[in-house]
Design a protein around this ligand. Structure first.
Ligand code: SF4
Length: 379
């Protein structure tokens, strides 16, 4: 079922590692909500009237929206779309925003039924190093509050591989998350992106680059600990208790269409991708003029195949050779996969090619080796 993504481009402060689109000035928040309502209206036919299986507020920090602003957006969504009665409705939230009152309001006045909380770490030193707006106390308190308010469907983000996270602290972060019984975890390796504060610190030698060896150790600790606690490692960065997969994100990995609304949001209709301008002022201005400021790219057969390989290999379901055949790249795929089958980084189960434990450490490299550049081949 298709999904709807809404990008809320505001944050209290800039985390040093982050390269998402956001502004730390909240001055235009009201106008942004108006612009998003307008874009929802203009994009009403993008998904052809299909029922929505998921709605996802990402960002930025959607928990910075007032409950009344969220209610306005939900009213517009329900006016324009059919939303499945059991739709997954996720709000990304930062721990310091999740006060008792906020959580009660979300429960009472909005259909949000899942919270994705940006914990990142339960250690003060890590949080300060990342320039997060919350403290270690907030990180635990928000979980108590959210569970107490009746939000059982929680997912949290954690980051490993930072220089302030020794293995013992990483093990402790995982233990705390598991002890809370959180049904879903997204765990990301720290990456140093150009254009971020961390990128500048590393370039100037003020911070070390990511220690790849330690990051790999922490990834292995993660997969082993999650498995011991009964979690399925269903996507390279995502772990769920049985059946508790993130429906919205799983749709991305399964190539389902989605509509993205808000500055920098991406949309996909099955054959083309489009993305909105990543600039709040220009986005608002365009919507005030009744235009959606986006660029579009119709995917070539190679791009469709490459995207399929990249996303499917990252999941526990793997890449389906029948699908690769339908995309026109079977001979290329099987030829390029052979060395990885021989090295044990890939294995085959029926029609599906999957990453082994060692392959998961090289997921992006394996996928890139399988990519196609030339023309689609027959067979
Ligand atoms: S709160 Fe999230 S979106 Fe905002 S700067 Fe930090 S990581 Fe980026």
């Amino acid at each position: 079922m298709p999904g709807l993504y809404l990008h809320i481009p505001f944050c209290k402060q800039a985390c040093y590692y982050c390269n998402f689109h956001f502004s730390t000035s909240l001055r235009q928040k009201g106008k942004m909500v108006e612009a998003i309502l307008k874009e929802l209206e203009l994009q009403r036919d993008f998904l052809g009237g299909a029922e929505l299986g998921s709605v996802y507020f990402g960002g930025g920090t959607p928990s910075l929206l007032e409950t009344s602003e969220l209610v306005q957006i939900f009213e517009q969504i329900h006016r324009l779309h059919r939303v499945a009665s059991d739709a997954e409705i996720t709000l990304e939230a930062n721990p310091d925003d999740l006060t008792t009152e906020k959580l009660q309001d979300l429960k009472q006045y909005t259909p949000v039924n899942r919270l994705s909380i940006g914990i990142q770490s339960f250690a003060e030193e890590d949080l300060r190093w990342m320039n997060r707006a919350h403290t270690a106390t907030h990180a635990r308190a928000c979980l108590d509050e959210a569970l107490g308010a009746g939000f059982q469907d929680l997912t949290i983000d954690l980051i490993y591989g930072s220089p302030t996270t020794p293995n013992a602290q990483w093990a402790e972060n995982l233990r705390i998350a598991f002890d809370y019984g959180i049904p879903h975890l997204s765990c990301y390796c720290l990456t140093v992106e150009e254009g971020t504060a961390l990128g500048t610190f590393v370039r100037r030698g003020q911070q070390p680059p990511v220690d790849e060896e330690r990051a790999a150790e922490q990834f292995t600790m993660l997969t082993e600990a999650a498995s011991a606690r009964g979690y399925e490692h269903y996507e390279i960065s995502n772990f769920a208790l049985p059946g508790r997969y993130a429906r919205h994100n799983t749709n991305y990995w399964r190539n389902e269409p989605y509509l993205g609304v808000g500055p920098s949001a991406h949309s996909y209709n099955g054959s083309a991708r489009q993305w909105n301008i990543a600039n709040n002022a220009l986005y608002i201005k365009a919507l005030e003029e009744g235009r959606i400021p986006f660029e579009q790219e119709v995917l070539t057969p190679e791009q469709r195949y490459n995207e399929y390989v990249m996303t499917s290999l990252r999941t526990m379901w793997g890449a389906d050779v029948e699908r690769v055949t339908a995309l026109g790249f079977r001979a290329h795929f099987e030829r390029m996969a052979r060395p990885f089958l021989e090295s044990g980084d890939l294995f085959q189960e029926g029609a599906f090619f999957k990453l082994s434990a060692s392959g998961k450490l090289l997921a992006d490299r394996v996928a890139m080796e399988l990519f196609a550049e030339g023309k689609a081949q027959s067979g």
